[in-house]
Design a protein around this ligand. Structure first.
Ligand code: AP5
Length: 218
């Protein structure tokens, strides 16, 4: 299946988890601005150096930096038949910019899927998350533990806690989401392409709901 989709939702809603399942099942690229930025920080590129201070504080990286990254990524040949945007757009400015880029490319979005999860569950998911320092695979101490404690099942790398998954920063990220990103639900609702799904339940149950929405949108 092809299609251009956005996964919307607060930190910890499961966007990255679900985007990866979608990529595997439907063979469309997952474009995660968080992953792109974390790689840039690891490699200490100029973008990474600029982004690091915002990310560690739980704030958004400036719109112009992000828009340029996504615009370039969408021109790549693997995006021709669709993709899943995970973590972008996050502000109305970014959404407007995306709209302009898509118009220039003469394509349109097929759907915006908003994953709805209660706040106490978000905190539980984020504080228990562990990520592979080597390949970026995501785990959870309780909901999705690795086979060997502290070691990535996929590549054997060391599992670490993301710098922005500490309690104070989680609080800040949730505030930033409510102020700057949640208004995008109304933005896409007005375009008639918003689909809200329940993000509570197992990863497989949530994925089932997303697949149903995707199949009904293209
Ligand atoms: P980003 O990486 O995009 O972080 P986020 O939006 O805060 O989202 P998360 O990655 O924290 O959560 P997720 O929804 O992907 O959940 P996950 O699947 O991992 O951004 C990080 C930073 O980069 C931002 O703060 C900002 O500074 C910057 N940035 C990125 N994009 C930007 C943009 N467009 N503009 C400006 N700045 C930008 O799941 C979380 C945990 O829950 C995992 O442990 C997982 O195993 C577990 N889990 C998942 N699903 C379930 C389930 N159903 N049941 C139980 N546990 C589950």
């Amino acid at each position: 299946m092809t299609g251009r989709f956005i996964l919307l939702g607060p930190p910890g809603a499961g966007k990255g988890t679900q985007a990866e399942l979608i990529r595997e099942k439907f063979h469309i690229p997952q474009i995660s601005t968080g992953d792109i930025l974390r790689k840039a920080v690891r490699e200490q590129t100029p973008v990474g150096q600029e982004a690091q201070k915002y990310m560690e504080a739980g704030q958004l990286v400036p719109d112009e930096v992000i828009v340029k990254i996504v615009q370039e990524r969408l021109q790549k040949p693997d995006c021709q038949h669709g993709y899943i945007l995970d973590g972008f757009p996050r502000t109305v400015v970014q959404a407007d910019a995306l709209g302009r880029v898509l118009k220039e490319m003469q394509v349109a979005l097929d759907g915006v899927i908003s994953i709805e999860v209660e706040e106490n569950e978000l905190v539980r998911r984020l504080s228990g998350r562990r990520t592979c320092a080597q390949c970026g695979e995501t785990y959870h101490l309780i909901f999705h533990p690795p086979q060997r404690e502290g070691i990535c099942d996929r590549c054997g790398g060391r599992l670490i806690q993301r710098e922005d998954d500490r309690e104070e920063t989680i609080k800040k990220r949730l505030e930033v989401y409510a102020q700057q990103t949640a208004p995008l639900k109304d933005y896409y609702q007005a375009q008639g392409i918003l689909r809200e799904i329940k993000g509570m339940g197992s990863r497989e149950e949530v994925f089932e709901r997303i697949c149903r929405v995707m199949k009904g949108s293209v």
